[in-house]
Design a protein around this ligand. Sequence first.
Ligand SMILES: Cc1ncc(COP(=O)(O)O)c(C=O)c1O
Length: 431
Amino acid sequence: MSLSEEIIARDKDLVSPAIYRYTNIVFDRGEGVYLYDVEGKRYLDFVAGIATMNVGHSHPKVVAAVQEQVAKLMHAACHVGYMEPYVELLEYVRSFMPGKLKHGKGILMNSGSEAVETAVKLARFVTNRPMIIAFMGAFHGRSMGALSMTASSSAYRAHLSGLLAGVQHIPYPYPYRCDFPASSPEECGQASLHLIERALQTVVPPADLAAILVEPIAGEGGYIVPPDNFLSGLREICDRTGALLIADEVQSGLGRAGKFLASEYWDVEPDIVALGKAIGGGLPLSATIARRELMDAWPPGAHGTTFGGNPVACKSGVTSLRITMEEGLMEHAVEMGDYLQNQFLEAQKTLPIIGEVRGKGLMQAVELVNEDGSPASELIKPIIKEIGDDGVVMTKCGSSSLRIAPPLIITKEQMAEGIEVILKALQRHQW
Ligand SMILES: Cc1ncc(COP(=O)(O)O)c(C=O)c1O
């Protein structure tokens, strides 16, 4: 029995099977864009701990900042007093926010789910309205509050009916597989906006709508880039009804999609933004940032956390974000994303199993299809396992898309190396 097999056997004896694993790799260490298993085999990391390790694994500057902070203060709790790393991280993040959010205020938590729940709690409190519009296909987390808004798979909700009341889901515009007859992406976007109007007429009294919660680019749901009219349409509905626009940028934000916030692609300014994943540089951290007057309306004690804004996580996060911004990694992500798209679009000419290639920056999806055009959902998991065996770690998004989200530091040569492994696997499965 290899060491990997032994660890997996111990894991299976102990760990809930509810935790699904895409690969059978037992990770031991990471360096830059590579991960190593306990046998010392090297893997190219095409998923970055689920769109998180933007500056790569164990970046020396992040390691040094964490080590220094660990030796100084590991935890004191934000309710007990003040800590400079908390302030430093929020100051840095806020400096890149658009418009009014540049003067906004924030709260730090531990996970993306909590950041979303914080946003929704704040919206309901300050508007004193109960309802939320969210989208089918959306992923906002798995704790019960966040799950009430998540709608990327009914499996996540099995036996859990009776979640947060007052959440109305509308189909997210998915131009490649639009839920409505649409002859252009904009028509698909318009159809979703129209359904929101219908909901406002029939089930969501406009004066009861606290917020519209949206991923500017759908993550788990398939790395779906919405049509250009969608986000601005949501902004207009919020302005008209007095509801708040919450952007869940947990996955799409902080440079992953090539801009600090993905909503900047459409020049839309949210009222509240949820951030997570890369914000901790690999340690658990998340943030909710809102317009100043919204946060100022939330009285002391209305919200809180023991570990949120932990100083070690803040130091890790701010160091990682500084590297991202100072080394031009957002621009690099756009260049690498374009390169990857072109490679897959070229391959699509001889590999019709590739249905669509889409994404922004290094948030890219390659949707696999069956011969009749239906999603190749039976094939996706075995293909991902094979790609893993061949030395490239990745996961899926949507029902049949390869999710490609490597560290933003990846070079063109490393991209080419990963693309070659993926294309070989697709050739083996081409119908
Ligand atoms: C857009 C989005 N929101 C929220 C979450 C939940 O984050 P976490 O798993 O850190 O709770 C995720 C996680 O994938 C996400 O992609």
